[in-house]
Design a protein around this ligand. Structure first.
Ligand code: HAM
Length: 417
């Protein structure tokens, strides 16, 4: 019996892996433009890290963590990257070297969710975290950075929703306000919402049930009722800066995020093409997390984009994004010619030219057919005559031009490059 992949994970096959590389490479370029440095953190962490950071009542910790019990340790496959980055920041005292850091990461995350289009159990994040600043301009920079990555990939039509949850005290006020507003109608909410009401009222705002959503949207939430003046001022600068930078966003007072650590600015980026799972990325401030994990007071903000969802959004443009073409395909006829092709190919590769050699003992037309199927720029033929003359017959597969070139690497390079 064949062994299948496990539920909710996907293989990225060669016909799509170039798109994957394209997404990551473009993102890295934009991170570089914004002066972010890469951090590479482990996939497994102490499960306590996520309980403390994301909150034991969050959907992710409550229901979706992949837990590994090993001897006395309870480990978790990381469901997200923020907690691990803050853990690493504190563990290596990055704040001592420089209290202000701008970091990015790329890698797999794990959540035991019900799989569907755009929702996997192993998926990948391109994420960024800025630690050590309370400046509202950093909030605007982070949002510019996220939308800059989407733009650099040629993704358009996405929308950014923006809200402020305020400080820890403001959030407490907001949760009390929500309880007061929701209690009279709680019976008409779904069972899940009723259970969540006491433990984490914010989760009612995230419920996907249509009737719950309708009721939530009819609530009269006024930011002045729960945001402090300081939080209002901060949010105003964020909005003004985004307006000045011509970054389109929509203020959404119902946007709360499912993870406990968020404070102040939160945002979500949605793409209508993605269907039910339309969040292509999300983020926000988490001003208390560094302290909660044992550090000193430090403002922080970040976001993560879902790579698989970026790839879905790119599906339409896929034909415009071409993988690197193979420079040269060598069709050699006979064992001596194949041996010559082997040596030549190795030297050409060292000189930076991509080369494929057909080692099989088959007819020339079959070898040529493979060269065109691979989309090679040049076809090189080495037969008996070429061996005697110590040259390779190079054919430009686009123009049809053909010439005999000596086996010398520089001569071949001159024609191909
Ligand atoms: P998140 O909203 O949980 O935020 O995830 C960010 C993005 O990851 C989502 O918008 C979505 O594109 C993608 N994503 C999440 N779950 C799945 C899944 N099961 N399958 C496929 N894609 C998925 C965070 O994780 C925060 N750490 C972001 C952040 C960084 N906030 C501050 N800093």
């Amino acid at each position: 019996m064949k062994i299948q992949s496990v539920r909710g994970v996907s293989d990225i096959l060669p016909e799509n892996s170039f798109l994957w590389q394209y997404v990551i490479t473009k993102a890295r370029e934009v991170f570089c433009q914004f002066n972010y440095q890469e951090i590479i953190i482990p996939i497994i962490e102490d499960a306590k890290l996520f309980n403390r950071s994301l909150g034991a009542d969050s959907e992710v910790v409550d229901k979706q963590m992949f837990i590994i019990n090993r001897q006395d340790d309870t480990l978790a496959l990381r469901p997200e990257g923020t907690a691990g980055v803050v853990r690493a920041y504190l563990e290596h005292s990055l704040d001592r070297k420089n209290p202000f850091v701008k970091l990015y990461y790329v890698g797999p995350m794990f959540r035991a969710e019900r799989p569907q289009k755009g929702r996997l159990r192993q998926f990948n994040h391109i994420g960024a975290e800025v630690i050590g600043s309370n400046s509202p301009f950093i909030d605007a920079e982070i949002i510019c950075l996220a939308s800059g990555i989407l733009e650099s990939l040629g993704i358009s039509g996405f929308g950014i929703r923006l809200n402020s949850l305020g400080s820890r005290e403001d959030k407490l006020k907001l949760s009390k306000l929500l309880r007061k507003l929701l209690e009279p109608q709680l019976k008409s909410f779904c069972g899940d919402c009723q259970n969540r009401f006491e433990r984490n009222v914010f989760r009612l705002l995230d419920c996907k049930n249509e009737s719950c959503q309708k009721q939530v949207k009819s609530l009269n939430i006024n930011p002045d009722d729960y945001l402090s003046q300081e939080s209002i001022n901060h949010f105003e600068v964020v909005r003004k800066t985004l307006d000045a930078g011509k970054i389109n966003y929509q203020y959404d007072p119902f946007l709360v995020r499912g993870l406990d650590y968020y404070t102040n600015t939160v945002f979500e980026i949605n793409h209508p093409k993605l269907g039910a799972q339309d969040a292509i990325g999300a983020g926000g401030r988490y001003n208390n997390l560094v302290k909660e994990l044992g550090g000193s007071e430090a403002g922080a903000i970040g976001f993560a984009l879902g790579v698989e969802r970026l790839m879905l959004a790119l599906e339409e443009n896929k034909d415009k994004i071409e993988p690197e073409k193979l420079d040269l395909f060598i069709a050699a006829l006979g064992e001596a010619a194949v041996a010559q092709a082997f040596t030549l190919a190795n030297e050409l590769r060292k000189a930076g030219i991509s080369v494929e050699v057909d080692y099989e003992n088959r007819r020339l037309d079959k070898k040529i057919a493979r060269a065109s199927k691979l989309g090679a720029k040049y076809l090189g033929i080495i037969g008996e005559d070429e061996l005697i003359n110590k040259n390779i017959s190079l054919k430009n597969l686009e123009t049809g031009e053909q010439e005999a070139v000596s086996f010398e690497i520089n001569s071949i390079r001159k024609v191909i490059c």
